[in-house]
Design a protein around this ligand. Structure first.
Ligand code: ITT
Length: 186
């Protein structure tokens, strides 16, 4: 049974929302999109960025909110783009990342998702997951964002072409932690 709730996923990114909606719906939780661009502070910490995004989201709609902050951390680039993933995607994009890794054999990376929940009472709650993987040698067709270059461990294809991204994704893992907690709160 779907739990009815006034829970808003606040984001400028409809791809993120569509995946989150599908994942949470399979876990019995309904969310709505509130589309807006949130304040993204400059910080080395995804948790700090996520907390601030949740407070900003709540101040905009004054209803229970979840936001998500993601980062792609590439080992041989010292964790870059990490907390700057959104900016790096909009500037150098997947082409730039592949170019930075030209002739580099060590292609290990991980995709991190932090879900932050805030309803105006107590503190912002954070739920984090990291999915290990590697950066592909070339850009695959399909998907969105970094999907065409991130291969989760255990797979031979990128997120853009795995048979069921939700099974492996950083988003699914964090949302599962969130929903376990949230369902117990209701
Ligand atoms: P918000 O409005 O929710 O902040 P955003 O797109 O700025 O949306 P993030 O800062 O959380 O989101 O994401 C950092 C970058 O990582 C951004 O370029 C996303 O497109 C990308 N990204 C996040 N999850 C992804 C996924 O599952 N597949 C591909 N790219 C992803």
């Amino acid at each position: 049974m779907q739990q009815s709730s006034e829970l808003f996923f606040v984001s400028s990114n409809t791809h993120k929302f569509e995946e989150a909606q599908r994942i949470l719906s399979n876990l019995g939780l309904k969310i709505n999109l509130y589309k807006t661009t949130l304040e993204e502070i400059q910080s080395n910490s995804l948790s700090e960025i996520a907390k601030r995004k949740a407070l900003d989201a709540f101040s905009k709609i004054e209803k229970p909110v979840i936001i998500e902050d993601d980062g792609l951390f590439i080992d041989s680039l010292g964790g870059f783009p990490g907390p700057y993933s959104s900016y790096a995607y909009d500037t150098i994009g997947n082409k730039g990342i592949i170019r930075l890794l030209e002739n580099i054999e060590l292609r290990n990376a991980n995709f991190t998702a932090i879900i932050a929940f805030f309803d105006g009472s107590s503190d912002v709650k954070l739920f984090e997951s990291n999915i290990p993987g590697k950066i592909s040698l070339s850009i695959e067709e399909g998907g969105w964002g970094y999907d065409p270059i991130f291969i989760p461990d255990g797979e031979s294809k990128t997120y853009a072409n795995v048979s069921d991204k939700d099974k492996f994704s950083h988003r699914s893992a964090s949302l599962k932690k969130f929903s376990d907690w949230f369902m117990h709160m209701q």
